[in-house]
Ligand binder design. Sequence first.
Ligand SMILES: Cc1ncc(COP(=O)(O)O)c(C=O)c1O
Length: 367
Amino acid sequence: MTFSHRLPRELRPNALTELLAEKKKAGAPILDLTESNPTHAGIEYPAGFLSCLASEAAARYEPEPFGLPSARETIAREYGAPVDRVVLTASTSEAYSWLFKLLCDPGDEVLVPRPSYPLFDYLAALESVNVRHYGLFYDHGWFIDFHTLERAIGERTRAIVLVNPNNPTGHFLRSHELEQLCGFGLPIISDEVFRDYQLNPASDSVPTLQDLDATLVFTLNGLSKTVGLPQMKLAWTIANGPRDQVAEALARLEIIADTYLSAGTPVQCALPSLLELRGPVQGQIMRRLRENLAVLNASGLRVLDVEAGWYAIVAQEEGSELRLLREHDVLVQPGYFYDFENPGYIVISLLTAPEIFREGIRRLRLG
Ligand SMILES: Cc1ncc(COP(=O)(O)O)c(C=O)c1O
């Protein structure tokens, strides 16, 4: 039997996952500093909020490739975008896969930031698309290394992926970077799922690329981070750019969307009510992120400046993730999960419950 080359050959778990499984089997109480699932992190949702999923309208099935008109109108209104440019999917991960299908043939390339979110390798491989990296560099804030971006562009480059703000660096696009980025004339996919979580008031505010019309741009967001409800499975893409390019792109995207029809009806009907949770949920998440960041910044550990998003990057010796788990029962992510060039960093989630975070940081300081 053979399997597709789009999937990894080697399925063995990595050393950290193996050690974690051993520890759990032995009943060790793990302090998990990687928790980024808001539904596991003690975020409170208003009592009874799920009742909005049970509307009568959800009993009917209306197959609409880009999603129900009422749900698309809600997003159009909330984000100030024309409704015919709003496309609903079950997740932003799915939106990536549709956009890679739309823009790439097998063997084509997309440019992805480094360091960044590890899922891109899988999302691209599953579409038979190759990932090429452009660098982000740190200088009390993260910036795009445009030399690496220019070098990465080749004949088969079909899109530039921007994670704005980035997971885990918190990099977001500066105005001078925007101009340079548009100058390449390539379609841009701007993942803005963390846009509501800006932590450094001294920074410029995170710009959305949603209104950009110089080049074809797809802006992604969804319920996972905006209202801390990843289990709802609803995300939105807003397309913009030169009018004829947008029209052509949407006409083709509609074929993909019509093939999958993936956004669920109950969640689409509930969208206005779910978006009302943004205030209370984002308020709690922001307080959590700030509180944990203050603990971390006061800890004496070397922490890179955090400007936005849910993560912090801490300097630690190479390989310390294994030692921290083995000796102190503390789970962190090694920087190499995110393709850091410098191996001396770990990544921790600022969403972690405060009592776990404090004790975890205390143990991190023990080294
Ligand atoms: C940058 C980024 N984009 C997208 C996602 C996935 O969101 P979704 O649940 O909508 O697929 C994540 C999840 O952590 C993320 O970090």
